[in-house]
Write a protein that binds this ligand. Structure first.
Ligand SMILES: [Zn+2]
Ligand SMILES: [Zn+2]
Ligand SMILES: [Zn+2]
Length: 278
């Protein structure tokens, strides 16, 4: 059974070109267009399981056909706006949308995201939108049958990395993290789950130093270090599809440049609309 993973948004918080920005990288992205235009972070598995919910969700529905009426579970990595634009969940309430009575939206998120939703969704929280608090290393199963294990990320707020498993396939969703914290390496070491598809935070794409152990976000060398350690543990091998994702304009590279690096090192380079079946 194939799993389908589709990227709808592949940029960091500002987007590429960045909102308000006049830098050379953003100018190049405007000129080149196509895959060089990247919106805020969002992916969907099997047209069914949503990962993250930025303000660009609406644009993803309009322009890229994100099948939002087929999705009733969103797993959210953390509260930052490029991953959780909570206000749009209000639009799932009576008076804003006509949805079948038995259809409920489930959101799984971390403590700060949960508190944020409780504050912003008064009237909808627990009524038209069900919010579930997740904890590091405590797996849960969505109503579609995906087993999701949140692992602790290295980020400036309580963010998580997701291991998502169904029908013998496993996805590692690893945005907004630096080099993984010790607790996460310990968990991975103990469980040694084989990963078929891994996507890695590459926010600081052009910033490349040997043996990097970056905090908050990753660059090329952080990703290489994470990948090598996962390989040593047997969690990934040459069959694993590895993808660079979540890019920022701050490091001078647009998609055309990123792809050259990705191709040379054996990674797919994510762009808005990339679909992978495995
Ligand atoms: Zn982000
Ligand atoms: Zn810029
Ligand atoms: Zn973040």
């Amino acid at each position: 059974m194939f799993m389908k993973y589709k990227f709808y948004g592949t940029a960091a918080a500002e987007g590429i070109p960045a909102i308000f920005c006049e830098c050379e990288t953003c100018k190049r992205a405007w000129e080149k267009g196509g895959k060089n235009i990247m919106t805020r972070s969002q992916s969907v598995i099997d047209d069914t399981l949503g990962i993250d919910f930025p303000a660009d969700t609406y644009l993803h529905i309009l322009n890229y056909g994100l099948p939002v009426t087929d999705i009733s579970t969103f797993i959210i990595t953390h509260k930052h706006s490029d991953h959780f634009y909570v206000n749009d969940f209000f639009m799932h309430s009576p008076g804003y949308a006509y949805v079948p009575e038995d259809k409920e939206i489930d959101i799984y998120t971390t403590k700060l995201g949960y508190d944020y939703a409780a504050e912003a969704l008064v009237g909808a929280f627990g009524v038209s939108v069900r919010c579930h608090l997740i904890e590091d290393f405590v797996p849960f199963v969505t109503k579609e049958g995906y087993k999701v294990t949140p692992l602790k990320a290295d980020h400036c707020v309580d963010a998580v990395i997701f291991l998502i498993e169904k029908d013998g396939k496993c996805v590692l969703h690893s945005n907004d993290t630096g080099y993984y914290p010790k607790e996460t390496w310990d968990w991975l070491e103990k469980n040694r789950t084989y990963i078929n598809f891994a996507e890695f935070d590459c926010t600081m794409c052009g910033f490349n130093t040997e043996n990097d152990r970056h905090h908050n976000h990753s660059n090329f060398s952080t990703v290489e270090n994470i990948k090598r350690r996962l390989e040593k543990m047997g969690c990934i091998n040459e069959q694993t599809i590895c993808v660079l994702n979540h890019f920022s304009h701050n490091y001078g590279m647009i998609y055309d440049d990123l792809k050259k690096y990705g191709d040379a090192k054996g990674y797919l380079t994510a762009y808005d609309g990339l679909e992978v079946n495995f």
